[in-house]
Design a protein around this ligand. Structure first.
Ligand code: A3D
Length: 321
């Protein structure tokens, strides 16, 4: 079987980690694109020069030429500015929409058959814009956010309960902003509801609810927490790992059920917008949106999150994108 060709648009913090992870896991040959001359070439050379040590056998090519994307099976986009302390993701809208427009036009021209994972923020708007410009089928244009937000939520639960994070299942839905919706009711440790475990731990249901509320709040603000600490950029290891999980599901046709920023056509009461929901990810990208019933509170929280996604998309349209 020929090796897959994976193009990474944006050779910054996330792009670099993505390239290294793809090489280490031998998922395919990598083309690392950036507009900054020397940056993708330097990072690619640095990664490849570890191939003997790490024992991987794939090519990693740095480029400033979109033509090198030709034949790409998968494209992962991180081009765009990250947040600085005090900024919201939405503050990046104008500058990153301009960047996404040029990226989309070039991906459309040079990698028309690729499946695309967008990571650039504000995520829901950037995925929407990319799809609008390329006209690629919605199942082949998706965004990474929910895998990371869910992993953050799971990490906090594991710390709180003193259990392996590998046994925690917790999901975050909605837009990738402060209104995201961690689903508490279905959060579990190997099938055991997290709320029951918290109630047993504290022998007090009010305290258990407070502890959960704090974890939910920390999850929603987790990106900002890292930004405040780093001061010069945003999270990059965990977003890269999260996109790799999605890429593997697509490359190996795994049919994994992962929260994905996917285009909705009536599911969860939403039509015509990209929002984070559980999906089956396989060779065809989003193969199904996995619907399940939300209680009144969860649906209200999701509706609020969708409203903020709509606002963002409308703001983008007003800006002429
Ligand atoms: P950074 O290290 O600045 O890398 C971005 C790269 O994009 C830089 O190397 C730029 O030179 C490059 N770039 C700028 N304009 C263009 C262009 N027109 N074409 C190609 N490349 C260009 O940022 P980062 O890697 O830390 O973050 C990248 C994006 O991901 C930002 O928008 C972040 O906000 C976003 N992000 C998303 C998540 C999610 O979970 C959705 C998490 C963390 C960061």
């Amino acid at each position: 079987m020929a090796r897959k060709k994976i193009a990474l648009i944006g050779g910054g913090q996330i792009g670099g980690v993505l390239a290294q992870l793809i090489a280490l896991r031998q998922l395919g040959d990598v083309v690392l694109f950036d507009i900054v001359e020397g940056l993708p070439q330097g990072k690619s050379l640095d990664i490849v020069e570890a191939s003997r040590v790490d024992g991987f056998d794939v090519n990693v090519k740095g480029t400033n030429d979109y033509k090198d994307l030709e034949g790409s099976d998968l494209v992962i986009i991180t081009a765009g500015l990250p947040r600085k302390p005090g900024m919201s993701r939405d503050d990046l809208l104008t500058v990153n929409a301009k960047i996404m427009k040029s990226v989309a036009e070039n991906v459309k021209q040079f990698a028309p058959n690729s499946t695309v994972i967008v990571i650039s923020n504000p995520l829901d708007a950037m995925v929407t814009l990319f799809q609008k410009i390329t006209g690629f089928p919605h199942n082949r244009v998706i965004g990474q956010a929910g895998v990371l937000d869910s992993s953050r939520f799971s990490t906090f639960i594991a710390w709180e309960l003193g259990v392996s994070v590998k046994d925690v299942n917790a999901m975050v839905l909605g837009g990738h902003g402060d209104t995201m919706v961690p689903i508490v009711r279905y959060a579990n440790v190997n099938g055991i509801p997290v709320m029951e475990l918290l109630e047993r731990k504290y022998k007090d249901s009010v305290k258990a609810k407070e502890v959960m509320a704090a974890m939910v709040k920390r999850t929603k603000m987790a990106g900002g927490e890292v930004v405040e600490l780093l001061k010069t950029g945003s999270a990059f290891y965990s977003p890269a790992s999260s996109a790799i999980a999605m890429a593997e599901a697509i490359i190996f046709d795994e049919k994994r059920v992962l929260p994905t920023c996917a285009y909705l056509q009536g599911e969860f009461g939403v039509s015509g917008y990209y929002v984070g929901v559980p999906t089956v990810l396989g060779a065809n990208g989003v193969e199904t949106v996995v619907e399940f019933s939300l209680d009144t509170e969860e649906q209200a929280a999701l509706d609020k999150s969708v409203a903020s996604v709509k606002e963002l998309v409308e703001a983008m349209t007003r800006l002429g994108f």
